[in-house]
Design a protein around this ligand. Structure first.
Ligand code: UD1
Ligand code: UDP
Length: 371
């Protein structure tokens, strides 16, 4: 059993300083409710942005759309090999943290930026809070799996989304006193943005359409020509069978690989989009008949928005989405994808979201104050 909110007394007037370290699109989105909570509660905080993601449509668009403050520090690391990126983020953060002297460092998720932030904090004796702790795909070929395991094992507070991750951490020997089961900040982020969609008439046309939504960016899918071609072929056949176009906002990694392999997408099937802003993405998800993805965050959002999802991977670190009937993990085998499509299109989405009520960021800030 993880600690529950309410077990610890509410503390008042506690002074603390938090450093929020982030670097990629999903971290900006999932940290946004924490940042808002820090502002609302007048907490002394600052943001270090590694700039692991830096293209306007992977970075600035989210700060603008979500009304987030400009990061106090931008490390400008950009794209580089994993080890180099991690050590550069650590080196550049060191002097900032030594002079700012925060009490806590908060990181969210499993990217290279997350591991770098947690490692430098731990080396400097600064307490680490890991948001979305305890996720495991048990797929060691994913860099994210190494990042999250290492981050969990050096963190002082581990904020798990559900009991599944709490149990994983307990089995790995992490002390119960460090683990708090709080839900996932993605629910807070979705709740805060979904109502804005109704005020944006430019997305209204999606409500009248029947379409599929595709996103893919995992190296195992897009850095391998055969796998990327398989995804394109499968979605082409499924689109033709159901007569639904496939909206496809393309991640920069994927665009780079499509260009490298010289793979062409049929414009009668694929509605190709650049990476889109958060409101447009939520509108695309909410109105889709079915979502095909290898994204972690999109598996969660599909579940929260009650849109069925097919995960184009051999595993998922979000098994609760499968358990509630919101997600089927198919891998890249066409007959599996087709069977899952038939199942999902016949399903009435009535599952309950397992990721919390949208108060995760409030809980995280309160627990941090209490510790
Ligand atoms: C990273 C994370 C992944 C997360 C994803 C979210 C790691 C190991 N991977 O993967 O966990 O799911 O972000 O999207 O931390 N590029 C641009 N512009 C950008 C960013 C990237 O053009 O703003 C291109 C570059 O060619 C770069 C490539 O995308 O080499 C990959 O970027 P990188 O940050 O290394 O990995 P992601 O695939 O984005
Ligand atoms: N997203 C977005 N625009 C896009 C694609 C994704 O705003 O074109 C959002 C999506 O809604 C989710 C997050 O980005 O909140 C997921 O990021 P991504 O798939 O890049 O990473 P992952 O979650 O797999 O780490």
């Amino acid at each position: 059993m993880a600690n529950k909110m309410g077990a610890t007394p509410i503390s008042k007037g506690i002074k603390m300083k938090i450093a929020i370290i982030l670097g990629t699109r999903p971290e900006i989105i999932k940290m946004s409710p924490i940042i808002r909570e820090c502002i609302d509660q007048n907490i002394d905080f600052f943001i270090i942005h590694s700039n692991q993601h830096y293209s306007q449509e992977m970075d600035k668009i989210f700060f603008d759309e979500l009304s987030l403050p400009i990061p106090k520090y931008n490390l400008n690391v950009g794209s580089k090999p994993r080890e180099e990126m991690i050590s550069q983020i650590e080196d550049l953060s060191r002097s900032i943290l030594e002079s700012e002297k925060p009490d806590w460092i908060m990181v969210q998720g499993d990217t290279n930026t997350v591991l770098a932030g947690a490692q430098i904090a731990s080396k400097l004796g600064i307490k680490v809070g890991h948001i979305e702790a305890g996720l495991r795909s048990y797929d060691q070929s994913m860099p994210e799996e190494t990042n999250r395991i290492k981050t969990d094992h050096i963190s002082n507070l581990l904020f798990t989304p559900t009991a599944i991750q709490t149990n994983i951490l307990l089995k790995e020997g992490i002390g119960q006193e460090k683990i708090y089961e709080v839900g996932n900040t993605i629910v807070d982020a979705v709740n805060q943005s979904i109502k804005l969609i109704e005020t944006h008439t430019e997305f209204d046309h999606l409500k009248k359409k029947k379409y599929f939504l595709l996103t893919t960016h995992r190296p195992s899918n897009v850095d391998n020509q055969k796998n990327l071609q398989n995804i394109i072929n499968s979605l082409t056949k499924i689109s033709e069978k159901y007569k639904h176009p496939v909206y496809f906002p393309i991640h920069p990694r994927t665009q780079k690989q499509l260009d490298l392999f010289n793979l062409k997408l049929d414009s009668k099937i694929f509605k190709i989009l650049p990476p889109v802003g958060y409101l447009e993405m939520l509108a695309l998800e909410k109105n889709a008949q079915l979502i095909f993805t290898d994204s972690g965050g999109i598996q969660e959002e599909a579940c929260i928005l009650r849109v069925p999802c097919i995960t184009l991977r051999d595993n998922t670190e979000r098994p609760e989405t499968v358990d509630v009937g919101a997600n089927i993990v198919t891998g890249l085998n066409y007959s599996n994808i087709l069977k899952a499509t038939q199942t999902m299109l016949a399903t009435k989405p009535s599952w309950t979201n397992p990721f919390g009520n949208g108060d995760t960021s409030k809980k995280i800030i309160q627990i941090t104050k209490n510790n």
